[in-house]
Design a protein around this ligand. Structure first.
Ligand code: SAH
Length: 373
């Protein structure tokens, strides 16, 4: 029997800062703060927002159209502190794992996966470690250190884009490659850090900043029902995509592999997901990690079809990526094929997610950090 479900408490808060973290402010918040703290004219917030989020400068000094006196004042009151790029590993398939060191010396990871649109899909982290205890996930074994600030969520994207631009410069490429898509599927449970994740979405999709399209952003959750309801109420379903890690078709199995199910079971979870208002053409994504002899039978496939009947959705089937912290195995290819066949025969849009970057431990669930081991 698994222990009763609990959401771990963080080992600590987001470190306090005596300076304002301007990279984590929305355009509006920045404007209000600049007026109050600097008495700056209205148009200044446009300029400064662009410097931070479009040009991604890392010092106030670089903001050449801001008067020197205001820059000096910004230096005193505000900070652009971000992560340091600690290490980059490149897999044979082109997937890149970035290890970033936060300003308080924690390590987080972010993964760049080449996509079909000649850009990168970046998988970003929302917490250091995770409060949940999914049995197949390597991040769970780290414990839950703390939430990431909105500034720390967006900085992952900026550091990755900076790296791609440096590379283009070095190789003499005419255009740098771009991060075009984002998935909140790295370390942590995004909806457990709701406020900072929501702020980060607003910042990253602001047309005056990074200008990413909400259509190309997906937030993935293990099934934190009250937060899914809030996501729906606040209209985020109209802005970005929602992915739900289902990973089992019976409560008995899901209780075991994802203890959060002991609090909000499959029926409760699916009812909450069904209640999220979404853009008309948008589909919910369900993720289904295939664990050999745990959730990969023909009956599982048929139950999955029944559970998802009526949803505008697609399913990402992810054969388990093995790691030292989990007692599971990846099903053999024939079992995977049969599982997929049942879903597809019933016309459920199901995609097999082949492991990316597994030779550098960057595949799903492998973002446990050698550095902190
Ligand atoms: N906490 C969020 C986002 C992080 S997990 C969530 O649960 O959705 C991102 C995805 O990776 C989830 O669908 C999860 O089920 C999957 N995953 C985790 N560990 C895995 C592993 N070892 N192999 C394959 N997929 C895994």
């Amino acid at each position: 029997m698994s222990e009763l479900f609990s959401i771990r408490r963080p080992q600590g808060p987001i470190p306090a800062s005596d300076k304002v973290r301007v990279r984590g402010m929305s355009h509006e918040e920045l404007g209000a703060w600049l007026t109050e703290a600097l008495g700056a004219p209205r148009y200044r917030s446009d300029q400064i927002f662009k410097w931070i989020h479009e040009k991604r400068v890392r010092s106030f000094d670089a903001m050449s159209n801001v008067p020197a006196a205001e820059r000096a004042r910004l230096e005193e009151l505000a900070t652009l502190e971000g992560h340091a790029l600690d290490a980059v590993a490149t897999a044979k398939d082109g997937t890149r794992k970035l290890r970033l060191r936060t300003s308080d010396g924690q390590f987080i990871e972010s993964v760049l996966i080449p996509n079909d649109e000649r850009g990168y899909t970046q998988c970003i982290s929302s917490q250091v470690g995770c409060a949940l205890n999914c049995r197949f996930c390597a991040t769970a074994s780290l414990g839950f250190l703390r939430n990431l600030h909105a500034a720390e969520i967006v900085d992952q994207v900026y550091l990755a884009q900076d790296m791609l631009e440096r590379e283009a410069e070095q190789s003499g490429a005419q255009w740098p490659e771009r991060v075009t898509n984002l998935v909140y599927m790295g370390m942590g449970e995004p909806l457990h850090n709701y406020n900072h994740v929501r702020s980060s979405l607003g910042i990253l999709t602001d047309a005056k900043g990074a200008g990413l399209s909400g259509k190309r952003i997906t937030v993935s959750t293990s099934g934190l029902v009250p937060a899914i309801e809030r996501f729906g109420r606040e209209g985020l379903g109209h802005e970005v995509g929602l992915a739900v890690s289902l990973n089992a078709t019976t409560d008995a199995v899901r209780d075991e592999v994802m203890p959060i199910n002991q609090r909000w079971n499959i029926a409760t979870l699916l009812a909450a997901v069904d209640g999220v208002p979404m853009q008309r053409r948008r589909r919910i994504t369900f993720e289904y990690v295939l664990l050999a002899e745990v959730n990969d039978s023909d009956d599982d496939a048929r139950r999955l079809l029944r559970l998802l009947r009526g949803f505008r959705c697609h399913v990402n089937v992810i054969p388990f990526n093995p790691h030292a912290h989990a007692p599971y195995r990846r099903p053999d290819p024939e079992r995977v094929r049969k599982f997929m066949h049942i879903l597809r025969t019933a016309k459920l849009p199901a995609y097999l997610r082949t492991p990316r970057g597994d030779d550098i431990q960057a595949a799903c669930g492998q973002l446990a950090l050698e550095a902190s081991a």
